[in-house]
Structures are given as C-alpha cells and as structure tokens.
Design a protein around this ligand. Structure first.
Ligand code: ZN
Ligand code: ZN
Length: 269
C-alpha cells in the first residue's frame, strides 16, 4: 500500500488523542501528523467526565483541532435530561463542532440495548433541533440504527450537506447506501486496508467519494501495516491511499474530496 500517495491537506475527522496512551509523546504524535499532511483533527469526547479535557486540548490548538462531545454507548446509562442540558450549553462553544460520539454497540457495551436506543433517540432529536452535526458510533446494530435514523431524520433533506457521520462505518453495502441517502457521511478507518475486508470496501465503492470522510479513530483501529500497535493520525495517509485505489483516482484527488466532505460535515468554512 502506498503511504505517500495522498499529499496535504488531510482531515482526520475522528481521534482520541487525549487518551492516556498518548501521555508520553502526544506532541510527537501531532508533529508526525503534521509532517504527513494531516492538518486538521476532530478530537472526540465520549464520556462526560472527559469533556473538559477534550475541550482544553482543542482550545490549546485552535488552528488544527476542534472537538465533539458526547456519550458513547458504553456510558448510555448515564443519560439524564440534566446531561442533555449540559450538552446543549456545550454545543454553543466555538470549539465544539459536533455532538458525539453517541450510538449503539451491541457487542462490547454492557448497557442494555433499550437503554442505548432511548439515549440515542433523545440526543439525536436534540441535535436536530440544535442544528448540530452528530457523530454516531454503531457496532453490530445497523438494523436498529436505520430504524432510528428513519424516525428522527425523515425524508426531508439536511439543511447542510450532512446531518452527521456514522463513524468507523462497519455495516453492509445496503446499510451504507441507506445512510448516505438519509443524509449521513460515513467514516472510513484502518479496517478498509485489511486484505480480508472486501465487504467493507464494497460498501465504500457503493456510496462513492461524496459521502466518505477519513478518520483514524486513534489510538484504535490501526491500518494493516500497524496491526496490533497504537494507531495515530499520520496513518490517515494509508486510509486515503486505500480509498484512492478503490475509487480509481489519484491520491491527491481522494484526499481533496475527503477533506472537503469533512469540512462540510463539521461546517467549517
Ligand atoms: Zn466509536
Ligand atoms: Zn471514537
């Protein structure tokens, strides 16, 4: 896989660089990202107790980092109306470009599915009222996600290009087509580079470049060349190269399109 086929600028639309796994060398990781052409990042706050840390990380780097604040399905049982009010206040901050991640995880979350779906419905409905993009996490729950998306975001088109993103998309080509038609971008991550993942590549081939954003989900989901290791944003070049190959276009073109999509997703000028 080419590593240098995607010249700047790249936008890594989903990272967790405030994770303690980066405590020893966070600045070096950011420098490697910049050297690889990754000029913008969105840091994701997945648990209320980490929101302030995530906000501080974005505030300290106004030219490169924005953030999203949410409630990962792992913590969906912490949902309350008071939490939603705090999220509403935070959504007005200039650093906060989206709400998330929120969603459904039927494999790893210990929170029961009905508790996850109830929290997701409330937060998605609020994001629609607030006109704020959403970052959705979905693992092995695509049938329920599709039903909830159809309910909260019915046929009317989004006022912007996207209602939000289904990050680290891992569903079928049919799920991809459904979510793209409903007004969502889909996030492509390291798994798209795994040789056995032809079904995932088929999904991104089906929706094409205009609904795809690049993300590394660092420190998770390393691409094939880094499997078993900590992931970092510089690896976005490998995801870009895989997409360029899939779509039969030069790397710089895939980079441009994915970056344009991410800017539209997060409504950044
Ligand atoms: Zn996630
Ligand atoms: Zn994440």
């Amino acid at each position: 896989m080419r590593e240098s086929g995607c010249p700047a600028p790249l936008f890594d639309s989903h990272v967790h660089l405030t994770d303690p796994q980066f405590d020893a060398d966070r600045e070096a990781v950011l420098a490697r990202a910049a050297a690889a052409g990754v000029s913008r990042l969105v840091e994701i706050g997945d648990c209320p107790k980490h929101w302030s840390r995530v906000l501080a990380f974005a505030r300290a780097r106004p030219k490169t980092v924005r953030c999203a604040l949410g409630l990962h399905p792992y913590y969906a049982d912490q949902y309350t109306d008071e939490l939603l009010s705090r999220l509403a206040e935070h959504s007005l901050l200039p650093e906060v470009v989206a709400i998330g991640e929120i969603g459904l995880d039927y494999t790893r979350a210990s929170v029961p599915a009905p508790v996850q779906t109830a929290a997701l419905r409330r937060i998605l409905a609020a994001c629609r009222r607030w006109e704020k993009p959403v970052v959705i996490h979905c693992r092995d729950a695509y049938a329920d996600l599709r039903a909830i998306v159809a309910e909260i975001f019915p046929s009317s088109p989004p006022p912007y290009r996207f209602w939000g993103v289904v990050h680290c998309f891992s569903g079928s080509p049919d799920d991809a087509a459904f979510l793209a038609a409903a007004g969502f971008a889909l996030g492509a991550d390291g798994p798209i580079t795994y040789p056995k993942n032809s079904a995932l590549r088929a999904a991104f081939l089906r929706i094409g470049p205009d609904h795809t954003v690049l993300e590394t989900d660092s420190p998770y989901l390393p691409p094939q060349t880094r499997r078993g290791q900590r992931n970092e944003p510089a690896a976005a070049t490998q995801i870009c190269a895989a997409l360029a190959e899939l779509w039969g276009m030069p790397g710089h073109e895939a980079a441009q399109i994915a970056t344009r999509n991410a800017l539209a997703l997060y409504r950044l000028g």
